[in-house]
Design a protein around this ligand. Structure first.
Ligand code: ZN
Length: 230
């Protein structure tokens, strides 16, 4: 996915093209880089690409909610604060109240109204496709939206409602023209839900629903927008 009509989007697309053309890259002295340094620079590039996709996702999802809030809800729109990434080897996981957030997970914390994610989790998903980070950010943002709504509007299946709100935000952003879906994004989103249902510890089917339920919830938001989630 890329953000439309911006130099950012153009740069992100350019990076992909550069990566595809890569391989056997000569360094400044003209000699071939060693496999070691090549993989290190590929990793650095992957991190840069991911960071720019995360920033794009934050921008696009916030823009969607800021634009459409008052058409659906009363009261002010309160975007969540962004703690951002944490990891075992880097910045420690933040506390949500008295509890430290766990690794290999992503969160919305009502205490502080912020979203945060494990960078390693993001990176593993990102290797499967960039849609992963958009999906996780749109989902956690969905929880932030739920938290600011009247209790009567919050579904008891809060996780599936957050999936629905993620679909509404990403497809709504595409309809608004701020986000452009690329070939493969839809499949990547479906794959992400398969992976989150099968492999990663933070998906407990009782809490989040099966992959099939999650995809159905996401699609409901994609097809029917915010109204489809309430
Ligand atoms: Zn959730």
């Amino acid at each position: 996915m890329i953000r439309r009509l911006s130099t950012w989007g153009a740069l992100a697309a350019l990076c992909v093209a550069t990566m595809l053309a890569g391989g056997g890259v000569a360094n400044a002295s003209g000699s071939q880089s060693t496999p070691q340094s090549r993989s290190t620079s590929a990793q650095a590039r992957e991190m840069d690409d991911m960071r720019s996709d995360i920033n794009t996702a934050l921008y696009v999802v916030n823009r969607f909610w800021a634009t459409h809030w008052s058409r659906h809800f009363t009261g002010r729109y309160y975007p969540p604060n962004i703690f951002g990434g944490y990891s075992r080897s880097g910045k420690a996981a933040p506390y949500c109240g008295y509890k430290q957030l766990t690794y290999n997970n992503a969160y919305y914390c009502p205490n502080g109204h912020y979203i945060a994610w494990d960078t390693d989790l993001m990176r593993r998903g990102y290797r499967e496709g960039d849609a992963w980070v958009y999906d996780i950010i749109a989902h956690e943002w969905g929880h932030a939206v739920q938290a600011t709504l009247d209790e009567s509007l919050r579904s008891r299946a809060a996780e599936l409602q957050a999936d629905c709100l993620a679909g509404a935000a990403l497809y709504g952003a595409a309809a608004d023209g701020t986000l452009l879906f690329e070939d493969g994004d839809v499949e990547e989103i479906a794959d992400a839900y398969q992976a989150l249902g099968d492999r990663l510890p933070w998906t407990k089917p009782g809490d989040h629903g099966t992959p099939r339920q999650r995809i159905a919830a996401f699609n409901r938001g994609a097809d029917h927008g915010i109204n489809g989630c309430f």
